[in-house]
Ligand binder design. Structure first.
Ligand code: NAD
Ligand code: MG
Length: 366
């Protein structure tokens, strides 16, 4: 049974997130029924070449059957497509086929396509609607909801972009059948992050369901997506423009995680594996600094193990890790910020001193 979550962010039009097997076939008819699409004649599907091979025809058919004129553009898969060059090509292509303000963009793919197409829609003719059609677990639970879009610069990731909430999100869980295992665990790490930050209710449900999620049980997957979307929607509703600190909780596990990704070389470890490592480290830091219990640390370790996110077989010099964390764009004036859970469902953000970090990084190596 498909599920629907409504995302209601102050000052934005509420939007539906449809989650379930087969919902892609009803994408066109659902859009047709929306008042925001009354004047939309044409839809541009933006996707990557890998996802195009698998799901472009299904997406285009669904839209065409609902009466939209459909075009598409497929970019090379991977993070490198989140660039000024590629987004420039997309805008030129949109203008080249004569898309006007009566068009919408459908982002069919993972977070790369979602961020790229979302930003393309945010700026084309000063803004046309975007529909997110996530096809990775990570994009279903994280990037398709919340409105952050953008591209990378040589100087760093996501440095240019816009807040652009989607008009609709269509998460067809059947598309996950073709997702590689590495990408699966990336989504699992973000789900675990959400559960730890959110509540006992989510955490203990996930602890119990973790093996079935790792084995890709369909019902458990759909429920994990719905719970994660509800969590993210609540966080974004409380801090739409990342201006009051609430949204910072989404960075749990990412301070050390980003440093691991950067130092090991991008792509050596998946984002999820690095974030899981970061969660394990942050929980230990939280035990020392904000009174998290060892039972909590162990429960989170068990959860990550059960999700197939083991401790990394990799070590870096503490001083190098410290430097990498200082280079992260979320560090403020050389101070390294950590989301520290006091317990499941309770967290704070704190600047952590270099000496304390070095000590813990050293202990983490043993
Ligand atoms: P991705 O978009 O690169 O997709 C991963 C790989 O899976 C790609 O090679 C893609 O071709 C392939 N793929 C996608 N769907 C598939 C399917 N159903 N079957 C088989 N293969 C499939 O990666 P991602 O992890 O989805 O997204 C990562 C990006 O998301 C990063 O750029 C990150 O910055 C961004 N992100 C954005 C937000 C946000 O709030 N906007 C949040 C988190 C992450
Ligand atoms: Mg992440």
């Amino acid at each position: 049974m498909p599920t629907k979550v409504i995302v209601d962010i102050p000052g934005e039009a509420p939007y539906d997130v449809r989650i379930g097997s087969g919902v892609l076939a009803r994408l066109g008819s659902h859009l047709r029924a929306m008042s925001a699409f009354e004047n939309v004649e044409r839809v541009l599907v933006v996707t990557d070449e890998e996802v195009a091979r698998l799901y472009r025809a299904d997406a285009k058919d669904s839209l065409a059957q609902a009466g939209f004129r459909v075009s598409d553009i497929a970019v090379p898969p991977g993070e490198r497509s989140k660039s000024l060059d590629v987004i420039g090509e997309i805008w030129e292509a949109m203008a080249g086929i004569g898309l006007g303000r009566d068009c919408a963009v459908a982002a069919l793919g993972g977070g790369v396509v979602g961020d790229l197409a979302g930003f393309a829609a945010a700026a084309y003719m000063r803004g046309v609607p975007v529909v997110q059609v996530p096809t990775t677990l990570l994009s279903m639970v994280d990037s398709s909801v919340g409105g952050k879009t953008g591209v990378n610069l040589a100087a760093g990731k996501n440095l240019v972009g816009a807040f652009k909430q989607p008009a609709y999100v269509c998460a067809d869980t059947a598309t996950l059948a073709t997702l590689p295992d590495r990408e699966w665990t990336c989504g699992c790490a973000e789900i675990a992050k959400s559960a730890v930050i959110d509540s006992d209710e989510f955490f203990f449900w996930l602890a119990e369901a973790a093996e079935r999620l790792a084995a890709r049980d369909e019902d458990v997957t759909a429920e994990a997506i719905a719970r994660s979307v509800v969590f993210k929607a609540d966080v974004v509703a409380a801090d739409k423009a990342e201006s009051n600190g609430v949204r910072e909780c989404l960075n749990y596990g990412h301070t050390l995680g980003h440093a691991v990704e950067a130092l090991a070389g991008y792509g050596t470890f998946s984002h999820g594996a690095a974030v899981a490592e970061g969660m394990r480290f942050a929980a230990r830091l939280a035990a020392a600094l904000v009174g998290a219990s060892l039972d909590f640390v162990r429960a989170q370790d068990d959860l990550l193990d059960a999700l197939g996110l083991p401790v990394l077989d990799w070590l870096a010099e503490p001083a190098d890790m410290l430097d990498a964390m200082k280079r992260d764009k979320k560090a403020r004036g050389g101070r390294i910020r950590f989301v520290l859970p006091r317990d499941v469902g309770s967290w704070e953000v704190s600047d952590v001193d270099d000496e304390i970090l070095l000590e813990h990084l050293d202990a983490w190596r043993r």
